[in-house]
Design a protein around this ligand. Sequence first.
Ligand SMILES: [Zn+2]
Length: 412
Amino acid sequence: MSKLKIDPTIVRTDLNLEAIKDLLKVQHPITQKYQSLGGSGGWLGPSTTPITKCPDGVGSYQHYANGSIYYHPSTGAHEVHGLIRARWQSLGWERSFLGYPLTDETATPDGVGRYNHFQGGSIYWSPATGAWEVHGAIRTKYSSLGWERSFLGYPLTNENTTPDGVGRYNHFQGGSIYWTPSTGAYEVHGAIREQWKNMGWERSSLGYPTSDELIVFGGAGRISHFQRGSIYWSPTAGVRVLQERVRVHVKILDNPVSFTLNEQFAAMQEVFSIAGIRVDWVTTENLNLPSLADVDVGGCFMGQTTTEQNLLFRNRNFMSGNDLVVYYVRSTVPGYNGCAAFPAGRPGCVVVRSASRWTLGHEFGHVLGLSHVNNNNQLMTGGGTFNITNPPPDLTSGESTTMRNSNLSTPL
Ligand SMILES: [Zn+2]
């Protein structure tokens, strides 16, 4: 290659000094973005303003027939348009809590909607829902659940202040996220949300959610915790408000063989939910007490415990207050599924490893003051809990009241 030489006989005379300076100048980032989107022939259309400084004196923008490009040195240049732009405008453009855009308008991963992320939040749009902002801790929760692909779907509102003036919320297609400074942000949805709504949202006796919806002991039940109670739901028990609880400690001399601990606790929670009582499984401890693995329970009469029962119920690690305990043993002598007789001041029961799904709940029913009934549709049947065929077995309203009134169940 030959060296490039400037031929002094060829001189452009159409460029004055100012025009040469312009040619050397790097294009404004807004102009670069505009050109990358097709310029005046692209979907943004012709400009309707010059590139203009924002009121903060740092950023700048240009409006076009079909949208805007905003630039800030720390975010770069991004376009906003359509209903997302209209929502951003309604909140106060870059001077709102959203600040400057961090992205162009982008298709959501579900292929249905669109979004822009901003410095202080996001605006989500879909044809069915319109454009709404999410930000702060509520947005963080929404993100952690999987944005629009979660059960929440798209937002139906901006973040609003709750009627009690304390918290904030967004409603979504599939539920809501509620936040307060003291509780944090949690989702509530489905039948549990419907129950809470019917009770008066955060102004109900339950207050604000303190958990997402949780799976109960690995079963079909679901629960959301609130400041002053919980709402439980299962396919067979329906929706139940829980405003009392029992705290249960598990001591294992011999592991369950017929139903797992989870299955027995899930069953106990399901039937206790009828009484409005939450079952908190607090601790689990293995006890190496082979001499008590086949424990003598005598006649299993309330208030009449044997020497072996007294020895067994001395094992109270981690327990306090009105806490309850269940000891899992190989067998009782004579042979029962369990026995709810306990020494004074040490409330609890014994359950054998081959017990039924409902034995745990049945024995704690006794502990909370219930007696046998002659009806295999009821939890407290004297005919053996293996004969229960209507999950969950019935608790009468009188039995429920007795359980709630027991000093072993305490208000949430
Ligand atoms: Zn019984």
